[in-house]
Write a protein that binds this ligand. Structure first.
Ligand SMILES: *[C@@H]1O[C@H](CO)[C@@H](O)[C@H](O)[C@H]1NC(C)=O
Ligand SMILES: *[C@@H]1O[C@H](CO)[C@@H](O)[C@H](O)[C@H]1NC(C)=O
Ligand SMILES: CC(=O)N[C@H]1CO[C@H](CO)[C@@H](O)[C@@H]1O
Length: 389
């Protein structure tokens, strides 16, 4: 029994420092109309201590993998890295299948070791001079060109085109392999303990999920991720029913393959999901998470991301690290254009989590009016926030 639990946990790539019960094979999905309570486990028990939180956090990750993201595999049997010029080449083998991919590392001058931000596609936030950028072609690991790209990309070359993972999970797996390669190879002068991850829009969805699934990411910087990222499915449906043109669960599965195929059966009854996207904050805490959103772009779901991350911040608060979480929603600019008014916040997060700073950032703001957002926290967050001992 113990062995099989360890095996399942290892197969899911989860921390096994503490033994946690495996997720039951049949979870009774009941309607939860408001945002689910992170502090009540599936068996109904209340989470009051950090020790209990360890297994609830793992349960949350397993639930999100089973019903939405697909399985996040553990470390393959062989991962090697070789650094040459400004390229880190990562070779992966598992069960007789092999792939190879490369990332470009743009480094500051000097000797390092340097922290680095893994940028999905390219960074659309300013990366400060003391921090390296690792340019990651995530599309190569999991394609995202609409329905016909389901199961395509190097992740699926290893695990098979029928694997349960959606593209967001496949990309997170690629981030894990980059960190494996940084840990095991030399010459690159990157400190694998100080890794950030960023991306915008669809790649912002990827960035927030990478930090949630891969616990070695020190700082997540998702930009304008909206639905599938920092928005909650229940809140996006509520916005839609108010007549707003926001991306919802039922729309997102028709647009692309970001989520696992298991999610398809839930998109018209999202209240039956035993989680919502504030649980991505649960999976990321206590590590750094700065969520950048754009009030002016209706499609992202301004109320949904604001409300969802209001709930997410409470999880950090329960752990006594409220300031490690940031949310900043500013409009009046184009999609994926980073406004200078958010610069000091971004700098504060990078200083704290990548440059060894000691000042805890403390950011939670929107330029949306409360009447335009129209988010009622008392209604949508019916649970109380414990002070986990
Ligand atoms: C990585 O894989 C590529 C492509 O198969 C191969 O050419 C290269 O020699 C491998 N590198 C290492 C260090 O094994
Ligand atoms: C930050 O800490 C790491 C060790 O975790 C060290 O290697 C690095 O030199 C430090 N960087 C700065 C800027 O102090
Ligand atoms: C005020 C403003 O510039 N809003 C823009 C936010 O981004 C969306 C998507 O690019 C634009 O349509 C809006 O005009």
């Amino acid at each position: 029994m113990k062995l099989s639990i360890l095996f399942v946990a290892a197969a899911l790539g989860l921390a096994t420092a503490q033994q946690c019960p495996a997720l039951p094979s049949n979870v009774n999905l009941v309607a939860i109309p408001k945002l689910p309570d992170p502090f009540t486990a599936l068996d109904g028990s209340k989470i009051t201590t950090k020790d209990q939180w360890t297994c609830r956090k793992e349960e949350i990750s397993q639930l999100m993998q089973r019903y939405e993201l697909g399985t996040f595999p553990g470390k393959p049997s062989s991962v090697t890295g070789s650094f040459s010029g400004n390229r880190l080449t990562i070779n992966v083998s598992e069960a007789g299948k092999s792939i190879s991919f490369s990332v470009t590392i743009n480094k500051p001058s000097g000797n390092g070791p340097f922290p680095a931000i893994i940028a999905y596609g390219a960074a659309s936030i300013p990366v400060p001079s003391g921090v390296a950028t690792i340019v990651y072609n995530n599309d190569e690991i999991g394609q995202q060109q609409g329905q016909s790209s389901r199961g395509r990309g190097k992740f699926y070359d290893i695990y098979g085109s029928g694997h349960s993972a959606g593209a967001l999970t496949a990309w997170a797996w690629g981030v894990s392999r980059i960190i494996d390669a940084l840990e095991s190879s030399t010459g690159h002068n990157i400190d694998p303990k100080r890794i950030g991850v960023t991306g915008c829009s669809r790649n912002g969805k990827g960035a927030i999920v990478a930090g949630a699934l891969e616990q070695r990411v020190a700082l997540s910087l998702p930009q304008e991720s909206g639905s599938g990222g920092s928005a909650c499915w229940r809140l996006s449906d509520a916005q839609k029913s108010r007549g707003q043109n926001v991306q919802t669960a039922s729309q997102i599965i028709s647009e692309n393959v970001w989520l696992g195929p298991a999610f398809n059966t839930h998109v018209n009854q999202v209240t039956r999901l035993p989680f919502d996207h504030h649980f991505l904050a649960a999976m990321t805490a206590p590590r750094g998470l700065y969520v950048i959103e754009n009030t002016s772009m209706e499609w992202l779901g301004a109320m949904s991301t604001y409300g969802c991350m209001t709930a997410g911040q409470r999880i950090y608060e329960a752990l006594g690290v409220k300031g490690n979480f940031g949310y900043s929603q500013i409009g009046g600019h184009n999609h994926c254009q980073f406004p200078s008014s958010q610069q000091s916040e971004l700098t504060a997060f990078i200083n704290r989590f990548l440059l060894n700073g000691s000042t805890t950032p403390n950011v939670f703001r929107t330029d949306g009016s409360s009447s335009s957002l129209n988010f009622n926290a008392g209604e949508w967050i019916p649970w109380t926030t414990p002070n986990l001992s």
